[in-house]
Design a protein around this ligand. Structure first.
Ligand code: TRP
Ligand code: ZN
Length: 869
């Protein structure tokens, strides 16, 4: 096993850098010849050897300053040149490599996607193209010439501006591109293929015209306009909110079907998973539309936070990802509903990121130790990283934050920076001490706030006692105190907001928790208040305060903050679930508190107060979200309790649900805030009605009347979840209609994989032979296998071990074809510590089986080793 770990503390500046690189691609799916002429510059006088990264290609030849050169040693992942006697400040290497894009199923480096050819270089994919100093602190100017068959590949694209082109006599043509902005190799991109092209223009606020080009597979033009509109919105927003303007004359986006992740911010040439580009009302749901808007924006925002200012080393990944996620979250909040966006982000953090912190892969947002960098594109680096930026924003305010941003960009433009550079800029721009705050970058784990309160009715004083602690994590035993912004509000029993003051001095709603134990005192409080704690999730922590149901219902009904209302409902529902899981385990009958049912009824009746919030409050958390709140997860208990709650709420609210369902009418499909909100509420009603005796009728009709994918999928989904009689008819109809379209079929595969049926594993296994399924397409795999392993808690964790065996068999295959995706799909197996002894044994056995794979990839090795330690 070649698995050597790298440590953040070992960072060293490179001895050499690359100033310019000229790439020549003689492109062919079976055999591509790459000639790389690279200009090196010596940075360290004393250095006498140069180690270049490279693997997975055929190395053909090397010249040094145009002369043959043989003083090198090669191993499986590098080429080391002996440069003794060559002490020139600059020199040029010409390296020829031969690649087979059609055989490259890893989807890193140069590979074939459908009929086209494209690249994926982040994090360390460029080294699969040629030997290179493949590290983000080596910034070079790229010139790229692509030659290929014109009929097969009419479009030849790369970063920057098109500077030349021509035709050859043998039916081939060529194009040359130059990118004037120095960049690290991970931002290099190339695309060749036949596409439909949507063009547009954008005038920047300084009056420059930018050509916008969106490339999609032939026949998909009618699904491209939303992505283009999203791009223009994002460009305008970044000018208005951050004062950041686009820099090249052209911005290209290409949608491809075979892609390991969501999208990639290559300079001037973004490459996207087609899932995050293609949408029309027939094929995409409202959620798809919003996801596309946010991913398009995310990649665009990287142009400043990621490309113009890039990362010094990969340990700094959160510098660009945490910040860019924060920026895309703010974009979605400004464009749509801030409260809804916040709630969705918090759901993800609490379910997936908290679970990561509690598992064997726990790491700080700036990791200390990495074997395979691809394993660190995590919810911790991305989403918790964004939470850390958000806390800074909370502490500094918008103005202070933007002041810090301007300084950060001014100081680091054109450079490779560190997280410390960012914090330091924020600190100096605001003359604020962020020393304790910095610990968020180095400490892993989810902090817990234990809060208790006391009220003195004689002095009208209310006191909050706050203690912080962070439990040890797999990577780090000792924890320190953090600077935690704790946003609160106090309500009186009638739900009126109380002023926060101490001795007549106003107290800011954001408390600074910095010590192990701290007391906050509030004066002039008449009557014991109901505290709203951690409003808007002001810090990525767990809250432990012993709320009564009565307090939570007060908050649910009266809080003036949408997030607090939703969060109160979450806590009420979690209490109900907990109680019922233990009833289930003790063989007792399940029940729901009448006061909770009534509180939910009141929310539904008053839906007009806030339509979106009503839907979110009444949406029962998914099993996975519930599960994260248990030390030991009981998949059967959680399933049974949740199912019981769904049916009970449905029965209790039936009349209102039916009334409301019939009342909401949306004729023409429009992707617009109010309509999305109403559709979601109507489909929420349908979802509950599905569990009543009226279910089959309503759902079947809903499916037949649907004129858009949101409604179609809502019907199909509840038909499966509630095993309605119409289920098979609808599934067959959908399949028949969409079997030619993998992206749409992904929805169908995911529904099949999450069926509550006893024989769901058999169904999933059979679907692996479905004509629309393709093992080498990560989207298909994630929809069928990923949904089964992550979303079907009960079936995947079947106590007979069949789910674990199934996943293991797949991972053994994937280890070879696509290690990056394998390492993502293995995640649910790593979390064995959260289950009972019997399941633990089975899960560990599965991991041990994987650890014996002969050529185990670094990707899987790193995770399995950590888990079994
Ligand atoms: N930098 C990309 C983003 O956040 C994501 C990314 C990292 C990626 N590695 C990748 C995408 C590998 C595809 C394949 O937007
Ligand atoms: Zn990103």
């Amino acid at each position: 096993m070649l698995a050597k770990a790298k440590y953040r503390k070992d960072y060293r500046q490179p001895d050499f850098t690359v100033t310019d690189i000229f790439l020549d691609f003689q492109l062919d799916a079976q055999r591509t010849v790459v000639t790389a002429k690279t200009h090196f510059q010596r940075l360290n006088e004393a250095a006498n050897s140069l180690r270049l990264d490279g693997h997975s290609f055929q190395f053909s030849s090397i010249l040094l300053n145009d002369a043959p050169f043989t003083a090198y040693v090669q191993d499986g992942e590098s080429l080391t040149l002996d440069l003794r006697g060559i002490d020139a400040a600059t020199f040029q290497l010409t390296i020829v490599t031969i690649l087979k894009p059609a055989d490259n199923t890893s989807l890193q480096g140069l590979y074939q996607s459908g009929e086209g050819i494209c690249t994926q270089c982040e994090a360390e994919g460029f080294r699969q193209i040629t030997y290179m100093l493949d590290r983000p602190d080596v910034l070079a100017r790229y010139t790229t010439k692509i030659t290929a068959d014109k009929a097969k590949y009419p479009y030849l694209l790369s970063n920057g501006n098109r500077i030349d082109g021509g035709e050859l006599e043998d039916g081939r043509h060529w194009v040359e591109w130059h990118d004037p902005f120095p960049k690290p190799s991970y931002l290099f991109a190339l695309v060749a293929g036949d596409f439909d092209l949507l063009t547009d223009t954008f005038i920047t606020r300084s009056g420059r015209e930018v050509a916008l080009e969106l490339y999609v597979d032939r026949g998909n033009l009618n699904r491209a306009s939303w992505a283009m509109e999203s791009l223009k919105k994002a460009m305008r927003w970044d000018e208005e909110r951050f004062g950041l303007e686009y820099d090249l004359d052209i911005y290209m986006i290409v949608a491809v079907d075979f892609f390991n992740m969501g999208a990639m911010e290559n300079k001037g040439l973004n490459i996207f998973n087609s899932k995050y580009v293609l949408a029309n009302p027939q094929t995409a749901t409202d959620d798809d539309y919003l996801a596309i808007e946010s991913v398009i924006a995310h990649e665009y925002f990287h142009n400043w936070t990621g490309n113009r200012v890039t990362c010094r080393d990969w340990f700094q990944l959160s510098l660009k990802e945490g910040l860019t996620v924060f920026r895309d979250q703010e974009f979605s909040s400004d464009t749509g509903s801030r409260a809804v966006k916040r709630i969705q982000d918090v759901k993800l953090l609490r379910s997936v990121q908290f679970a990561e912190d509690a598992g064997p892969m726990a790491h700080p947002i700036r990791p200390e130790k990495v074997i395979e960098m691809n394993n660190f594109y995590t919810v911790t680096v991305y989403e918790k990283g964004a939470e850390v930026i958000r806390m800074l924003h909370t502490l500094l305010g918008e103005q202070g934050f933007q002041k810090g941003m301007r300084l950060y960009i001014a100081e680091n433009d054109g450079k490779a920076a560190t997280c410390e550079d960012f914090v330091s800029a924020m600190e100096r721009a605001n003359e604020l001490d962020l020393n304790q705050f910095r610990r968020w970058y180095s400490q892993s784990g989810t902090p817990e706030l234990l809060i208790s309160d006391a009220y003195d009715e004689k002095t009208h004083t209310y006191r909050l006692t706050v203690s912080q602690s962070t439990p040890p994590t797999a990577d780090q035993m000792e924890k320190v105190n953090l600077h935690i912004p704790l946003k609160i509000a106090l309500y009186d029993q009638k739900g009126t907001r109380q002023m926060l003051q101490n001795d007549g001095n106003p107290i800011h709603e954001v408390l600074n928790v910095t010590e192990k134990d701290q007391i906050f005192e509030f004066h002039g409080i008449y009557g014991r208040p109901v505290p709203a704690l951690l409003c808007d999730f002001s810090a990525p922590v767990k809250l432990d305060y012993d709320y009564t149901n009565a307090q939570l219902i007060t908050l649910l009904q009266h809080a003036d903050n949408s997030f607090c209302r939703w969060d109160a409902a979450q806590m009420l529902l979690l209490n109900e679930l907990r109680r019922n899981v233990s009833h289930y385990q003790q063989g007792e009958s399940l029940e729901m508190s009448p006061e909770v049912l009534n509180a939910l009824a009141v929310v539904l009746q008053n839906y007009e107060r806030d339509i979106e919030l009503t839907t979110l409050i009444l949406t029962l958390p998914r099993e996975l979200e519930f599960a994260e709140n248990f030390k030991t997860i009981d998949p059967d208990g959680i399933f049974a309790a949740r199912e019981f709650m769904l049916r009970t709420i449905a029965e209790h609210l039936k009349d209102t649900l039916v009334l409301l369902y019939n009342h909401i009418r949306l004729e023409n499909y429009r992707i617009e805030g109010q309509d999305i909100a109403l559709r979601a509420l109507k489909n929420l009603c349908l979802n509950y009605i599905g569990y009543t005796a009226l279910g089959n009728n309503f759902v079947h009709k809903h499916y037949n009347n649907a004129n858009n994918m949101t409604d179609t999928l809502a019907a199909l989904s509840i038909a499966c979840r509630a095993a309605l009689p119409c289920r098979d008819t609808l599934l067959a109809d959908f399949e028949q209609k969409w079997q030619h379209d993998g992206l749409v079929m992904d929805k169908w595969f995911a529904l099949q994989a999450t069926r509550p049926d006893e024989n769901v594993l058999e169904i999933v296994q059979q679907l692996m032979d479905h004509p629309s399924f393709n093992f080498n397409n990560p989207n298909r795999l994630r929809s069928l296998v990923g949904s089964f392993a992550n979303q079907n808690l009960k079936a995947f964790h079947n106590i007979n071990g069949s789910g674990y065996r199934f996943l293991t068999d797949i991972l053994i295959r994937l280890n070879e074809s696509n290690p990056q995706v394998a390492a993502r799909l293995v995640e649910p197996l790593l979390r064995f510590a959260r289950f009972d002894a019997q399941r633990q044994t089975l899960m560990k056995r599965a991991l041990e089986r994987l650890s014996l794979i002969e050529e185990l990839s670094k990707d899987l090795f790193e995770k399995i080793e950590k888990a079994l330690q």
